[in-house]
Structure formats: C-alpha cells, structure tokens
Design a protein around this ligand. Sequence first.
Ligand SMILES: [Zn+2]
Length: 339
Amino acid sequence: MKKVIASLIIVALFLSLLGNKERKEPSNVCLSCASWEKQFNSRDELYQASDLVIKGKVLSQEPELRCDLVFSRSYVKVECVYKTSSKNVINDAVEIVQTGGTLNDYTTVPIHGAPLLESGNEYLLFLQLSEPDQVFGQYYLISGGTQGIYQPDAISSGDDVTQFLAYKGSIRESDLLRSGVDNNYSGWPSLPIAWSSNYANFCYSGVTYPSAVSQAFTSWNYSEFTYSYTSSMSTQVQIRENVYGDVGWYAKTVAVSNNSGTGLGNAYVSLNHSNMYDLSTFEYKAIVCHEAGHALGIDGHFDGYTAIMQSDASNFMSSYNTPRTFDKTNGLYLLYGSP
Ligand SMILES: [Zn+2]
C-alpha cells in the first residue's frame, strides 16, 4: 500500500511538473500584455515596415499548441492588395498567426489590443512575414502586434491607400480594431488590481539568464512591496521561457484574479526564446523587468514617457533595465502606496 501511495505521489509530482500550462478561464483574467518587438508611431511607418497590406476575409481558423500556449492560424482570402514585395507570392489566401485560442484543455487569452481575427469577417491588414522556421513554417504576423488590424472600410476611396496614409502623425484610433484596455497612459489604474498581501513570490523555469530574471523582479522592491524568489513552480508568479517561434513578441504576461476577486491570484510570464535568444543580458533583463511590472498589476503602458512600461521594447531595452521614476510614481506607488 505504501508503495502504491509513494508511486501515486511520484505520478502527482510528475503531473505537476508537466503542468506547464495556462488553464485559466478568460473571466478571471485581469491583464494580458506583451512586449512587442516593434511598434510604429505613424501609419507611414506601419506601411513602410509591412511586407503585405491587404483587405481580406477570414475563411477559417485553426488553433495550434506551441509548448504551453495556444496560437491561432487564420486563413485569409485576399480581396485587395495595397502593398506587396516581389518576395511574396500572393496566392489567393495567406496564413496569419496570432497569440491566443483554445485547444483541448489549453486556453491562451489573446493579448489586449490584439484581438483574434474572426472567421467570416473582413479586415484591412498590415502584415509582416515571419522568420522561416523548420517547425512552425513561415506565415504572416500583424505588424506592430496591436497596430495592423483595421476596419475593412478604413480605406474608403476605392483602392487608394494614399488617403488612408494621409492621416499621418499618429494612427487613427477610431479605425483600429482593439479590444480590452491596452491604452496608453491616461491616469490608470482606475481599478487597482494588486497583490492584496503586498508581496508576491516568483519562480522560473528554463530561463537563459536566471540571475537577470531575479534582479529584474527584485528591482521593483521597496518598503511597501516585495518580490521574493522561491524554488516552487506552483507559486504566485511563474516565469517560463520556451521556443514559441516568431510570434512578434519578446515576452508576455497574463495575470488572473484570486478566487474572491479581491486581488491578483497568479501571474504567468512567458519569455519567447525564439525572439530573445540573441538579446544581450542587459536587454534580456530589461524585457523581464517590464514583465515584472505587469505581474505587479500594472495594466497598460506608459507610451511616450521615460518608462520601462512602454509597449515598444526597442525604445528602452538598450538604454535601461530597471524601473524609472515614472514607472514607480504612476504604477507601483499607485497600486501599493507611496513610500
Ligand atoms: Zn507590456
């Protein structure tokens, strides 16, 4: 009998080690944010950086599991081409991969501001070709993550893209198809989502630079809040590094509320080895520091400010890799109280 119990415990331990997955109910999700490889400041930039600009209709969509996350591959019928390059062979359909979806027991919540395309719907899409990959193949990604999805009638005058691009300066928000609260800084958080205990334990698995991960998290510590390392992967903040393929982001964080809904219960940080492998230790730490800010409950981004919590990682990762004054004043101290 003891042997049976012992082997059951071993099986349970093994299963918990295998529990490298996000099985969260979407209703529980407080925030889902990503550090995109590149974001754009104007439509011109977005257009110039895109390999393909089309109006298209989603024919079908299939979920695919990459390690512990679900991605969705949409097959989009091309109805109108506004930009292409000779490298691209335009058949009548293109494949677009996005983060999020459900497959069997696995659910991955789409990143705020980057809603999944829906079958049967039409879109204006700015797309970038992914890095070719032996396992995942080659496909298109939405340019700028949250930025390349538009209402199909965003280009209204026939096939003329000039008028659309004429709204220069900034991307016209009303045409963007966005979901959730991926807003630039505007005085949030209006609804504080924080760890009610004023501390959170973190643990990591498979990360390239463990000490950089620890330093990135504890760089947020001050008198009112503490991050502490623990060796158990069943802890509050779980950080995993995996090969997700080229998906447009360096890292992403999902935070879910506790059972009573009074604060955060868990945060899951995913580091994408496919896009982070060639970062310096300094840059790597900067990305993790940004995600540690989301794991604190900082929802959204301080775009346009000197802050680690900007959505465009290329703006900060080679310059600084610890929280700036702006991050503390408008994020940490708002959530946990000023020192
Ligand atoms: Zn972020």
